[in-house]
Ligand binder design. Structure first.
Ligand SMILES: *[C@@H]1O[C@H](CO)[C@@H](O)[C@H](O)[C@H]1NC(C)=O
Ligand SMILES: *[C@@H]1O[C@H](CO)[C@@H](O)[C@H](O)[C@H]1NC(C)=O
Ligand SMILES: *[C@@H]1O[C@H](CO)[C@@H](O)[C@H](O)[C@H]1NC(C)=O
Ligand SMILES: *[C@@H]1O[C@H](CO)[C@@H](O)[C@H](O)[C@H]1NC(C)=O
Length: 335
């Protein structure tokens, strides 16, 4: 009796705030306000989710810009983006791979990604204060020009060959070598230790430091150079490869290529971008609370919105080019 009372008290004291939510596609365009500000078009195509202020010159506090967001949490006007996956036919044509919504999310979300803000690992806070990103904060993880060493450096960049939408293992560091019944999932985990000063850095990465041994695992302590523990941000994207299952090259070579080109048959250039845009102190309030996943909705403590409202939100089309159907080259002719 005494022991179980003690265990109950311990459980209550342990804050376990973790956010997992869907954000539909807000645009698919050749724009990149972090790496190529002002460029219309940017070098390669991106899928973007989040606030509709997304544009080539975005800067400052984007929580105060735009009028809507494609995310479940309606105070989250952040933008989250990655490269887009294409299938390359043996005849030389390309087709964009459709994005499907994850399981464990409300039905009907238009494509998009699943976004996570966890504490030290998937479901515990490691008993330390988690500091929300400040207005104007931005970062990237991975790089289109990195080789296999980049995958070793960024342990949170992973792929999963899906049997179905619930498959999570094994996580691999390249495209799956065979057709996957349920599609391909890409995972982007960002570093969570901040230098406490810079909203950005010239390479968009040096202001952050990664201590995770692998995705969703407890990170080691932050180093003195980057002492501030931020939320562990991660994206999951589900690529619906079903329509290509009978078109795999006879020689077994990998037919998928990201929009940044680099067609050597591997996926090492996988990368992702983030621009913080939560309104006011909403993300900090969530991190200080003990809600888990969809229990954080409906004002407990975060405001949320319906799938229909999420899907209505769109960013302006600034770069007008087609990226659907069979194409003779990747957008931007990335080779
Ligand atoms: C972005 O900035 C550039 C250069 O300052 C300007 O020419 C362009 O019109 C701006 N684009 C948009 C969509 O505001
Ligand atoms: C390649 O194959 C696809 C699928 O059959 C077809 O739609 C496309 O037109 C082909 N491209 C060329 C250049 O023949
Ligand atoms: C989904 O696939 C996993 C293996 O990846 C399997 O363990 C699980 O039973 C499958 N779930 C369903 C609903 O088929
Ligand atoms: C985009 O370009 C196409 C083809 O040039 C044109 O028909 C369409 O009206 C354009 N859309 C916008 C929004 O400018």
């Amino acid at each position: 009796m005494k022991w179980s009372t003690l265990a109950f008290v311990t459980l209550l004291q342990r804050s376990q705030a973790a956010l997992r939510f869907g954000c539909g596609t807000v645009t698919i365009q050749r724009l990149d306000p972090v790496v190529e500000p002002g460029n219309t078009p940017s070098a390669h195509l991106h899928q973007v989710v989040g606030g509709n202020a997304f544009g080539p010159n975005m800067t400052g506090d984007i929580g105060n810009q735009g009028t809507c967001t494609t995310c479940t949490f309606s105070e989250d006007f952040s933008n989250y983006w990655t490269a887009v996956l294409f299938f390359k036919h043996t005849n030389g044509s390309y087709k964009r791979v459709k994005i499907m919504e994850n399981d464990a999310l409300p039905a009907g979300i238009n494509g998009g990604m699943t976004i996570y803000y966890t504490q030290q690992d998937f479901n515990s806070n490691g008993k330390q204060k988690i500091t929300a990103f400040p207005p104007g904060f931005r970062m990237t993880v991975g790089s289109p020009t990195q080789g296999k060493d980049g995958m070793t450096r960024h342990k949170g960049l992973r792929f999963t060959c899906l049997d179905n939408k619930s498959t999570r293992f094994p996580e691999i560091d390249d495209f799956p070598a065979k057709p996957c019944k349920g599609g391909i999932m890409t995972e982007h985990h960002f570093p969570a230790c901040w230098n406490g000063k810079d909203l950005d850095s010239p390479d968009h990465q040096a202001h952050m430091y990664d201590t995770q041994p692998t995705g969703f695992a407890a990170g080691a302590a932050c180093p003195s150079s980057h002492p501030v523990r931020m939320p562990q941000l991660a994206y999951e994207t589900l690529w619906d490869t079903a329509e290509f299952k009978d078109m795999w090259p006879k020689d077994g070579s990998n037919p998928f290529v990201f929009s940044y080109g680099n067609q050597a048959g591997h996926a090492y250039g996988t990368h992702a971008d983030y621009m913080f845009g939560w309104k006011g102190d909403s993300l900090q309030r969530a991190m200080d609370s003990s809600c888990m996943f969809n229990a954080c909705e409906n004002g407990k403590p975060l405001k949320s919105q319906s799938v229909a409202e999420m899907n209505k939100c769109k960013a302006k089309e600034i770069v007008n080019e087609s990226h659907d159907g069979w194409l003779s080259a990747l957008p931007g002719a990335m080779a």
